[in-house]
Design a protein around this ligand. Structure first.
Ligand code: ATP
Ligand code: MG
Length: 273
């Protein structure tokens, strides 16, 4: 792996006296998939929201540094609202855990996507719409024109989730944060979307911060894995190390549970005794 695209240093998130995330430090390298796992409430989503600059300053205190290494490095904790408008979508995009947060309920899918594209790219409406149809078909929609003509309320939760994934990839961000992106999808779409994400990562040389509970996915796509517990990173290792030699009892426990599950499902997880 080469240079870090993102360098998080001593990130601490507090709400009043309550420390939600406690001094976490990690890089995300260019063109890697960095998986973040951990039990519910351990601080995964809030970490991703801090990276995206989405935490309400009146409610949360964010300390530490988050550096995005572009031609000109950007310290994300110090960006103004206006500067964030340029960064979101283009440099970093977030696939939310909940698609309803990302889609406008009163605008057709195609309109939302065309607007997003045209706000940053010099494209005619026609060309933008063509691109939208192309991108939607990549997300395993058999009739992308119909999807583009629909309002979010006319689609199922899983369809909206695929739309949102598509929307977050439209501007080919350098870093994609995917917070449990496949939770609402059936197994077939889950597999297809994961495959597409991995392919797009290679095509566009993106980095992905992938948050999930699903250790099967982790074992298939991760380059490195961070295990979070009670707001702290208890382990950050390449996938092979996590699989073969988990250092922390919590990681050991996670893999034990996962391998029981894998065996039941007929998966094989390589692991020395
Ligand atoms: N908007 C909020 N206001 C107050 N506390 C919050 C808020 N969002 C998260 N928290 C607290 O921060 C902690 C971490 O929550 P977070 O949503 O990051 O967990 P998570 O690891 O993403 O869990 P899950 O796997 O269930 O999605 C929790 O204790 C939660 O109560
Ligand atoms: Mg979460």
């Amino acid at each position: 792996m080469t240079d870090p695209l993102l360098q998080v240093e001593n990130l601490t998130i507090k709400q009043g006296e309550n420390i939600i995330v406690n001094h976490i430090t990690f890089p995300i390298y260019k063109n890697e998939i960095f998986c973040l796992v951990g039990e519910s409430g351990s601080g995964k989503s809030i970490t991703s929201r801090a990276i995206m600059g989405l935490l309400n300053k009146n409610r949360f205190k964010v300390e530490g540094n988050i550096l995005l290494n572009k031609a000109k490095p950007i310290e994300l904790t110090k960006q103004t609202k206006r500067e964030w408008q340029k960064i979101r979508g283009e440099e970093i995009a977030l696939i939310y855990q909940n698609p309803t947060l990302a889609l406008h309920p009163l605008l057709k899918i195609g309109t939302q996507m065309v607007d997003t594209l045209r706000s940053r790219r010099m494209l005619s409406k026609k060309k933008a719409l063509e691109e939208v149809h192309k991108q939607l078909s990549l997300m395993n929609f058999s009739d992308p024109i119909k999807i583009a003509n629909s309002f979010p309320s006319q689609l199922s939760g899983g369809m909206n989730q695929r739309v949102m994934i598509c929307m977050s990839l439209l501007l080919q961000p350098a870093l994609l944060i995917a917070d449990e992106p496949t939770t609402g999808l059936d197994t077939i779409n889950q597999k297809k979307i994961i495959k597409i994400l991995v392919e797009l990562k290679e095509t566009y040389k993106m980095s992905i911060l992938f948050i999930t509970h699903d250790l099967r996915i982790v074992s298939q796509i991760a380059d490195r894995v961070a295990v979070m517990k009670d707001g702290e990173f208890v382990e950050v290792e390449p996938l092979s190390v996590i699989l073969e030699r988990p250092h922390h009892p919590y990681t050991e426990e996670l893999w034990k549970q996962a391998s029981t599950f894998f065996r039941k499902e007929g998966f094989h997880v390589s692991r020395t005794p």
